[in-house]
Design a protein around this ligand. Structure first.
Ligand code: ADP
Ligand code: MG
Length: 680
């Protein structure tokens, strides 16, 4: 027989192989896992009321004496065990209450006439009379086992009850001494309970106050480990010496058809300083849509290839990868460098050819999706990784890069204007540059908020633009099953427009559930002018450039966040013609209209982000799926920002001290850096 792992939950009473399998479904196999299976909710049974104050539908506790001997009737049933119904009346100085128990078995026999118990249940009833069914109860002297306590509610799986999990956790708390992850002085400074107390209180809270102190501690711990991991990541990167680059971008500058803006030049300057420093660069470049981040990245790429290093340029979508390729390939070719495209939808043989050329060092820059790094791509000498639109490039991927060959420089581009303070915390391992200027001569996009009454004029406007040879984006909220009634589901809307409104124009549809190749075909056809109108979900949100498109219509605009709307608006106004963004919403909510009107008034992405952040908090602000933010199990970026700030401060202090860390913390950090921490 195999030796039992001393940490396995199989050591707990009542857990055999079968139960263990069920726990495994909850990702619990060790006792520590079990203690980290936090309740998803609590049932607060601390409300204690006199009978007369009980409210219908509100679960509460009350203390009452048994007024008569319980009476049990059996109701025979043809197919099953007889139904046992027990009735008893209890009362206190404020009133009486009839209790009914179904199949309560021998437990109701404990309700002796004249004795006092604590009950927990929900009052039901109406003007005919009140009563309570199957309340829980225990003798007054039993200190809060099922009444007058806070009961944890665990995530469960079929076959496992809340009671079973609670019992297992209780055993675990009894026998297991958890290891402390937070150094003592930090616990004291931030007034956090130690790990043992915190775990007890999370699972068996004495009262609301100690529960809240303990959950604060667990949230702190989560952020603390994260921040410590970032600090370590950063110090590891900067500790590694790499050969400094010679950084002369003159040839690149003179190959461009335009002069770079002051902001572009400044940020390129910051990047080049990193590249010649002899240390590995980790830099996040933020800048509003259209500020010209691609050229900033290209300048860095040029310097890398000039230093005989290879560059991997990653885009979040194939569409964007192809667009970057179409732009950068000729530019780099004119400078004497070879660029290749590597995407998932390419033929296997083409991919293979590309990979071989990369491994041989025949290709200087490869552009593709982020699968570039995870797939078996081998570089002859990878010097720089560029992640455009930082989505999906989380901490684990940042950490993984370190192990890739000679630890390449990392440049992350983001159009999501994360407020600087938050960026400093979440990207604590990165330096941050901001491109805060748009290229000159940009057409201001005019924005309007309209409602359904405007529909006819809107359609006439779209037609007029089409006749003048311009194109229109129409964005609808995502297609979700069963959610078609009030929403302009993209698919339906595209059909309606084509058949009933614009039979003479060319309407295309693009949505997130299409296959990559299908999306590309449509996007390319639209970009080349084969369609007048593109109806789409937010898949076009990121980066795509169609200079001939002059109208962006957003249906049900109230469904979108401000930053998201701003991104959408950034898809137009890229050519020389005047552009228009039209937000359609019938939502009459005063606040909502205010919010949308605010967007129409300004085109400053950072200002909008600030506003958005104020309104929605960072969690929602980043959109649900499209960010590269770490997933926290407990902490929320909406409500726990202050804890995050403290945890980061504490982590920076601890790491800077360069003393040995608590082993449990080291272990958590290691796991953190290994785990896939993004949502995708
Ligand atoms: P983003 O920062 O949103 O990624 P892009 O890099 O896609 O912006 O640039 C948007 C457009 O502006 C592109 O068509 C690009 O060629 C153009 N552009 C970039 N820099 C300049 C500049 N300094 N002067 C004029 N046009 C520029
Ligand atoms: Mg871009």
């Amino acid at each position: 027989m195999a030796v039992k792992d001393p940490n396995s939950i199989l050591n707990l009473p009542g857990i055999g192989p079968k139960k263990a399998e069920l726990f495994a479904k909850l990702e619990v196999s060790t006792i520590e896992d079990l203690l980290r299976l936090y309740p998803r909710d609590y049932e607060d049974r601390t409300r204690l009321l006199p009978i007369a104050s009980l409210e219908v539908g509100v679960p509460s506790c009350f203390i009452a004496s048994v007024l008569n001997t319980p009476m049990t009737h059996r109701i025979p049933k043809a197919d099953r065990r007889a139904l046992e119904v027990t009735k008893v009346t209890v009362g206190d100085h404020t009133g009486k209450l009839n209790l009914t128990f179904f199949n309560a078995g021998y437990s109701v026999e404990k309700l002796h006439r004249g004795e006092t118990f604590v009950f927990y249940g929900t009052l039901s009833g109406d003007y005919i009379g009140y009563g309570m069914t199957n309340p829980l109860f225990e003798p007054l002297g039993n200190k809060g086992r099922v009444t007058r306590c806070i009961v944890p509610v665990y995530p469960l799986t079929a076959g496992l009850t809340n009671g079973q999990v609670t019992a297992a956790v209780k055993h675990a708390l009894d026998i297991y001494i958890p290891r402390e992850t937070i150094p003592e002085e930090i616990l004291q400074k931030y007034r956090l309970p130690d790990i043992r107390t915190a775990l007890w209180q999370i699972h068996q809270p004495a009262d609301a106050q100690s529960l809240s102190a303990s959950s604060r501690r667990m949230i702190f711990e989560e952020f603390f480990c994260f921040s410590a991991a970032l600090s370590i990541l950063r110090s590891k990167r900067t500790a590694k010496a790499v050969s400094p680059y010679v950084t002369d971008p003159t040839a690149f500058y003179s190959s461009l058809p335009f002069t770079l803006t002051g902001a572009q030049q400044r940020v390129i300057g910051e990047i080049l300083a990193d590249l010649r420093s002899g240390k590995t660069m980790s830099r996040l470049v933020q800048g509003d849509v259209g500020c010209g981040k691609t050229m900033v990245a290209a300048a860095a790429a040029f310097v890398a290839v000039k230093n005989r290093k290879q560059v991997a340029f990653m885009a979040p979508t194939e569409i964007l990868a192809k667009q970057h390729f179409a732009r950068l390939e000729p530019l780099f070719a004119s400078l004497g460098y070879k660029t290749a495209l590597l995407t998932g939808s390419m033929k296997l043989s083409e991919k293979k050819k590309c990979r071989e050329a990369l491994a041989a060092g025949d290709i200087h820059m490869v552009i593709g999706t982020h699968a570039l790094l995870t797939e078996a791509t081998v570089f002859a000498d990878l010097g720089l990784v560029i992640a455009d639109e930082q989505h999906r490039f989380g901490v684990a991927q940042r950490a993984a890069l370190l192990s890739k060959g000679e630890s390449p420089h990392l440049l992350i581009m983001s159009a999501t204007p994360i407020p600087r303070t938050l960026a400093l915390i979440l990207y604590g391992d990165l330096d941050v540059s901001v491109v805060d200027e748009l290229p000159p001569g940009r057409q201001q996009v005019d924005s309007f908020l309209v409602d359904e009454r405007y529909r006819k004029r809107l359609n006439a406007f779209i037609r007029k633009q089409a006749v003048e040879g311009h194109q229109t984006f129409i964005v609808c909220p995502a297609i979700e099953e069963g959610e078609t009634d009030s929403l302009k589901a993209a698919e339906l809307w595209a059909q309606t427009l084509q058949s009933a409104v614009f039979p003479d124009l060319r309407v295309a549809l693009l949505h997130g559930k299409m296959k990559g190749a299908e999306k590309d075909t449509i996007m390319e056809a639209f970009a080349s002018g084969s369609y007048d109108i593109l109806v789409s979900t937010t898949v076009i949100e990121v980066g795509v450039d169609v200079p001939n498109a002059t109208v962006m219509v957003v249906e049900n605009a109230d469904r979108f966040g401000l930053s998201q709307l701003h991104q959408l608006r950034g898809r137009i106004g890229r050519g020389s013609a005047k552009s228009y963004c039209i937000l359609v919403s019938d939502n009459q909510n005063q606040e909502t209209r205010q919010r949308l009107k605010a967007l129409c008034k300004t085109t400053d992405g950072f200002l909008i982000a600030k506003e958005d952040l104020k309104l929605r908090g960072p969690g929602d602000f980043f959109g649900s799926r499209q960010h590269g933010l770490p997933l926290f199990r407990l902490g929320s970026l909406n409500t726990d920002l202050e804890i995050l700030r403290q945890a980061q401060e504490a982590a920076a202090y601890i790491i800077a001290r360069e003393q040995a860390l608590p082993p449990a913390l080291e272990e958590r950090i290691r796991r953190f850096l290994e785990q896939e921490d993004t949502l995708n």
